[in-house]
Design a protein around this ligand. Sequence first.
Ligand code: ATP
Length: 308
Amino acid sequence: MEQTPVISARSLVKRYKDLTAVDGIHLNIMEGECFGFLGPNGAGKTTTMRMITCMSPVTEGELSVHGLSVQHSPREIKNMLGVVSQSDTLDPDLTVHQNLYAHSRYFNIPRSEAMHRIDEVLDFVHLSHKIKNTPDELSGGMRRRLLIARALLNKPKILVLDEPTTGLDPQSRHSVWDKLAVLKNEGITTLLTTHYMEEAAYLCDRLVVIDHGNILVQGTPSELVMEYVGNRVMEIHPPHNEKSTIVNSLRNNNVEFEDNGNSVSIYDTTDNFDAVNSITNGHSGNWRPANLEDLFLRLTGRALRDDS
Ligand code: ATP
């Protein structure tokens, strides 16, 4: 039997005056999966999340969550969601406990039930010992875990996380990943934006790469890497005066590559190992396994987006 998507977008558009931030995307996100949104700065990821979480109106197209339209049933949809936004929205004047209690009021959770859930979510993110502290007295990693705890208070069916680990050290990042993995095992559907390719590879069952408001590709991380990059990658840094000869030779031999200016990335898509080694003779680097970052750069290029 075919599964019904938990989130479905059809020709979804968001315009801010004459800027089209999301340009007619189609999405089907299934129950229990962790679905990632990757894309350069300004690609339209947060805008898409904000429409899904009913925080920003849809300009055109259809968008539904558990069969409910975001235009017609925002209240019901918000009750099903736990949202961790990019910005830290904790109240600095309240303690950890008070922050969580204030949030429980939005969902009209009865006081005794709220108290129980606060204990539960703080225990889950290992912050029970900080219950009387204010957010300013927590580290960045603790604040992120607190935001996740807060998002879980209403027992959401879907967790929406906008860059949940930006700025965290590796220990804190892994701690957040562990928590998200536990929640996934419990069957929660997770939507995630991230600039960390390792995070997406680790957590996401499927993902989309978005650029300029359009979905460039979607699929599982490993399928996408295999399809668009191949097995292995080698970066070479030939002297300037030899680069064009090497590039021409790669092109003539139908080897997939990317000219990065000072370096060339060569993709092993068809076991072209020997051909490449002879072309780059003397300037070969080491082959390494292809990864999501290779895919991302192949699809979205290397130009900085903040400058545009
Ligand atoms: P980042 O990785 O930097 O968070 P993003 O992919 O989440 O980027 P969005 O925040 O969705 O990108 O922005 C998409 C585009 O919409 C950008 O060009 C941005 O400047 C624009 N934009 C976002 N919010 C608004 C707004 N409230 N008013 C006008 N333009 C906006």
